[in-house]
Design a protein around this ligand. Sequence first.
Ligand code: ADP
Ligand code: MG
Length: 685
Amino acid sequence: MLDLYTAKLTDIRGVTEKKREELQELGLHSVGQLIEYYPFRYEDYTLRDLAEVKDGDKITVRGQLASNPQMQMYGRSKSRMLCKVIIDNFFVTAVWFNQHYLKDKLAAGAEIVLTGKWDQKRLQLTVSEAEVSGQGGSKIGTLQPVYSITGTLTQKWMRKTVKQALTQYAGLIQEVLPRSLVDKYGFMPRRAAIGMIHEPGDLEQGQQARRRMVYEELFLFQLKMQAYRAITHDRADGVAHPLNLPDVRAFVRALPFTLTESQKKVVAEILHDLQEPFCMNRLLQGDVGAGKTVVAAVALYAVVKAGYQGALMVPTEILAEQHKRSLDKLFAPYGVQVALLTGSLTDRQRRDVLGSLQMGLVDVVVGTHALIQEDVLFRQLGLVVTDEQHRFGVQQRSILRKKGMNPDVLTMTATPIPRTLAITAFGDMDVSTLRELPKGRKPIKTYAVTHDMLPRVLGFIEKAAAAGRQTYVICPLIEESEKLDVQNAIDVHVQLQQHFAPHGYVTGLLHGRMTAAEKDEVMRDFSENRVHILVSTTVIEVGVDVPNATLMIVYDAHRFGLSQLHQLRGRVGRGEHQSFCILIADPKNEVGKERMKAMTSTGDGFEIARRDLELRGPGDFFGTKQSGVPDFRLADLLKDFEIMEMARDDAADLVRDPEFWTAAAYLPLRQFLQREHIFDSDVLD
Ligand code: ADP
Ligand code: MG
């Protein structure tokens, strides 16, 4: 069967093999892809009235030539041609550069349509295109698409070719949205929308067409998410943990603090999911310091007491060590065994841990990401918690499934995620949010200062140290160069050591080139207050928890992203003492200035995340390509946020409707899901 995506580009009249190669450079391999290669803007050939245009506008006007053209040549190919034109009762000078071949077509008295840039002061139009009446006249009054192209392709050729493709293949453009949704929003049919996006009658039509196609794009994306979610929920082959709730409650009561209302609510959500037979796939988000770890601890405890094992995956060894220590402390009275599995174990230690895991002698294993992927076998894995932004994807699930495990998954994020991105990147998950910080936290006082204030900053560190508090000093970040970062940290460490040693304060150093054992030692010294000032690269960015540290200094703060700064700031303010964050930034750096403004004006991570998204755009927000935020062809996550929400709700409703999975009307959508591997063996086997 002929379809748009198997139809070859060279089947379009006018597309030669050479042109096909150039289209391929743009990532276009089929007629379908060409048709869906949308213009990024339009050239406006609407006829304008000179009385109403502004200086510098690019305009199209109709007039009458009042003189024959005068021409000057420069060298062999450069030329300037002037002609007087009467346009809307103005006497205008039209100027052509290097288009002397037009000379013969221009004669006094001729009616002409000119497109060009308007110079109001000199009453002059620099002409880019001219059409003498009676010839073509095709573009007048239209919007012409402008495509992103390279090589020898021209806009003119692209326009012609897309148009030709649409003429030849319009019949194959099929509606993909269900009737009910097309009706609900009064969308134009797909075929019309695609035609109109390339060649709208007017801006309003172009926008309507775009809106429909944006919706379609986001709807199909959300349908994948929601279908995946529905399928995993229905499958009911997860672990229905037989929880001992009174016992879990006793564990919670014995914690060194009372849970916040938010924590209680989230714990309840998780405990509920754990008891259900489907696989939990839940995202836990909350501001820095909101207390995500203890929520994870409760969940792990509950699972262990129900007879299963738990795994906690973290991005760095430092964090793994820290979590191991805090879990040990929490679990010790209950005989819950925690083991550490990181890259720095000796072979023997590693074999021991693996053996104990397989025999079920270890209840909870804490480690870095490789924990799941390697030769690790569990006796009965019931819950995987991933801390700090590591998305637990379909792939990891399928690795576990191959080992015969189908654990519940709780993903914790380091940074609050703006809603737009949350429903995009994590649309397949249930989301729990910690909305409040534990009681008694004082807002962190944040200041942006310049480098010449360093002596005062040092004085401030000294004051903190004298009061028994500790300080982090984060060193300049050099893009893409861990080596330079490390050098920076070493330099700063030497300076501070010289400054503070005479006062009796110990300055420690932490960076990514140290061995895990070295890092661990420094971190332990810092958390036990044998090191008073810790100079570090961003390796401590996430998760580190030393409540006695109350001062965070960031050198060259303008180099850091907003969410990163907020994370760093979140290392302090974790205990009862007033905490401070001092950002040393270059006042001349414009983006930096915006970030400092945001940092000093709010401590709310959700607000920071929103501004970060605005400053950086969705692609960069997570700092990684594997974030799960796709590159949309048409949709812009910031601008099309409302459409995304509508699409999400519609997709969720649709997959809940039993008809969707059986009725013929939805077959194309089900086939789409299959093509996108939502029904692949991982899900259906
Ligand atoms: P994050 O959400 O950033 O991972 P943590 O889990 O590290 O936060 O918790 C931050 C600090 O707050 C820790 O020292 C933790 O022991 C403490 N904490 C967590 N919950 C509470 C609570 N309900 N009351 C008081 N302190 C809490
Ligand atoms: Mg944490």
